[in-house]
Ligand binder design. Structure first.
Ligand SMILES: [Ca+2]
Ligand SMILES: [Ca+2]
Ligand SMILES: [Ca+2]
Length: 486
């Protein structure tokens, strides 16, 4: 009894102590301030990332009109104006009939003088006088910026958007040759443009277009065909699985792209005229694709296969590539390369080699194989972290680096950051302001990797289930095809 009494007493004491301890813990947590939102961090101590805008609704791309005015695309079809760091309440253009399921939507923008080019997925005609088609199409339009609105739409390219609802590509750029470049993904097609020799003829998928910005006609001197009625006459490159980034080296004028793989190998490529990236026989360096050689590819006259200048061995959904045409960060950063990803929100940094035909990695014992295949190697090229997911990168006309984010775990909620030398920010212009989200659940603008699919299965959102199904279908088709990659 005594023993039992002592045990009971001890239990009561322990219970009391536990209650007090729990109260302390609970009150501590209740009285603690809410955790701050994740803030990006930059590895270079003299640079800092400042938030310009938060609460953006599925932002996919930005383009500078001038130093103080930026056009921002929302995936569901709005073009918004950011003026002196403030998001203007009314869109400068509200597109109707935009199809934004999975990776479809209003994806790409480029500015050339008073002309603005848009890449958008839509069901039906957008513009009076342009014939409608029953199915969903990716279209590139030219608009005129009149100082307050986008007017005078002209259809330049009318492209397929399926059957896959992912891998739509969508970035558009004007080159130093004043031609319009547009990158599109393979959309689950399995044709000659996907390096399947017995597949259907070229069908405007998995390519980079190079066309006249005035009317979308084939540019003079295109590498694969000079016959205007030949679809090849508009192509600059093919064999591309998917991409969310193209840019031009400001020193050489040459085109580069960032491509993402299925579960292995994301890439950075120097895109010479007639470039064949190898999909879907090859992803990453061809030597890593067992049993495949260049003779297995569809080698069109005027084309050449080339390996990436850099690969990530495990696909992480790389998105945009940006040459930093600015002296604001000092000479070592001038005309260097930034690349983002969507799955981790990491910002990568690379220096081109001396003749700007690749990256300056030959003296790095880990990266001289031009492939990041460990966490240490990924860290060696990491410039910033904590951006949730990066959809676009641009060099601002103020010389600083702008990073647009898109959080796939939060229905595409995004922010715009400016990276600039520490201590040079203007508090008046970079104070965060919040827009009113205007749209419903948004699927991620990215990619099929097993890891990503697993994450998506755990998250909410009606469209994500569709995404998963499509990826399974995608995988099945690829398995059936036995294209030789993996
Ligand atoms: Ca490739
Ligand atoms: Ca390596
Ligand atoms: Ca960009």
């Amino acid at each position: 009894m005594t023993y039992r009494c002592n045990v009971d007493k001890t239990n009561r004491m322990m219970t009391s102590l536990l209650t007090v301890a729990l109260s302390v813990i609970i009150s501590f947590h209740i009285s603690s301030p809410a955790p701050a939102l994740a803030q990006p961090s930059i590895t270079e101590p003299n640079l800092t990332a400042e938030s310009i805008l938060d609460g953006l609704s599925s932002p996919t791309s930005i383009a500078f009109l001038d130093e103080n005015n930026i056009l921002l695309l929302e995936k569901e079809g709005s073009v918004r104006l950011i003026s002196n760091g403030q998001l203007q309440p009314q869109p400068v253009l509200q597109l109707q009939g935009v199809e934004s399921n999975n990776e479809r939507g209003l994806l790409g923008i480029e500015v050339m003088d008073d002309r603005v080019f848009l890449y958008v997925t839509e069901s039906g005609a957008q513009v009076e006088g342009i014939p409608t088609e029953g199915d969903v199409r990716n279209r590139v339009y030219s608009y005129t910026w009149d100082g307050t609105a986008l007017t005078n739409p002209q259809l330049l390219l009318d492209l397929p958007s399926g059957p896959g609802t992912n891998h739509q590509g969508g970035k558009v750029k004007i080159g130093s040759d004043n031609q319009l470049y547009v990158i599109v993904g393979e959309m689950q097609r399995e044709g000659q443009l996907q390096n399947l020799q017995s597949g259907p003829a070229p069908d405007d998928t998995g390519v980079i277009f190079r066309v006249n910005p005035a009317d979308g006609s084939p540019s003079a001197g295109n590498p694969l065909s000079s016959e205007p009625t030949d679809p090849l006459s508009k192509y600059y490159a093919y064999g591309i699985r998917n991409s969310f980034g193209i840019d031009f080296d400001p020193v050489t004028g040459k085109l580069w792209d960032a491509e993402n793989g299925e579960d292995v190998f994301d890439e950075i490529n120097l895109v010479e005229p007639g470039f064949n990236s190898g999909w879907k026989q090859v992803m990453g360096p061809i030597s890593a694709n067992t049993g495949v050689s260049e003779s297995n590819l569809v080698n069109m006259p005027g084309s050449q296969y080339s390996d990436p200048v850099f690969s990530w061995a495990e696909s992480r959904g790389v998105t945009d590539i940006e040459f930093f045409n600015s002296t604001a960060f000092g000479p070592s950063y001038e005309n260097s390369i930034f690349v983002g990803d969507i799955t981790t929100g990491t910002l990568f940094y690379f220096e081109p080699n001396a003749d700007r035909t690749g990256l300056n990695l030959v003296n790095d014992p880990l990266l001289s194989d031009l492939t990041a295949d460990s966490d240490d190697e990924i860290s060696a090229v990491t410039f910033g972290t904590g951006f949730t997911g990066i959809s676009d990168i641009e060099t601002g006309l103020d010389g600083n680096l702008y990073v647009l984010t898109y959080d796939r775990e939060a229905e595409g909620l995004g922010s715009l950051y400016r990276i600039l030398p520490s201590g040079t920010g203007d508090d008046d212009t970079v104070a965060p302001s919040v827009s009113v989200p205007t749209t419903t659940a948004t699927p991620p603008p990215v990619d099929d990797q097993d890891e990503v699919a697993a994450e998506e299965q755990n998250s909410e959102g009606g469209n994500l289930g569709t995404d998963d199904n499509e990826e399974e279908e995608d995988q099945q088709n690829e398995d059936e095809n036995d294209g030789g990659n993996e």
